[in-house]
Design a protein. Structure first.
Length: 130
């Protein structure tokens, strides 16, 4: 179990934040919200970060990704994938979305699963019998 303690916010030095030994740089929610208020100019990323505000309020990972982007304007593939996954999970948990994309074998009968490997057009490699 991680030992957590209260540490003053690194930014405003006013609010206390729960931190662990791993946390080098802590930001209180107030300061995080300020950091997240930055404008995203890239329309693609704007859409990417366009999720319900309560998601950010509830999930520190989502906040950290957005802040990271605003600070460096760059995200790794892992960060993007993680962000999408968390948003997806939260949408499902809140009943905003049905877990339809889950790879469950729900509609196996609908589509033919077996691949036909037989070549449709036989090659004329062999010479015909004489
Ligand atoms: Zn603060």
């Amino acid at each position: 179990m991680a030992i957590s303690y209260k540490q003053k916010c690194s930014r405003c030095n006013k609010n206390y934040v729960t931190a662990t030994w791993k946390t080098r740089y802590v930001l209180c929610l107030e300061c995080q919200n300020k950091e997240m208020a930055g404008e995203i100019t890239n329309p693609k990323m704007k859409k990417f970060f366009d999720i319900p505000p309560e998601f950010y309020a509830e999930n520190s990972f989502l906040r950290s990704i957005k802040i990271n982007y605003l600070r460096y304007e760059d995200l790794s593939g892992d960060q993007i994938a993680g962000f999408k996954r968390v948003v997806e999970e939260m949408r499902i948990a809140k009943g905003m979305k049905k877990p339809a994309l889950a790879p469950k074998k729900a509609k196996s009968a609908a589509a033919p699963a077996s691949k036909k490997v037989k070549p449709a057009t036989p090659k004329k490699a062999k010479p015909a019998k004489k």
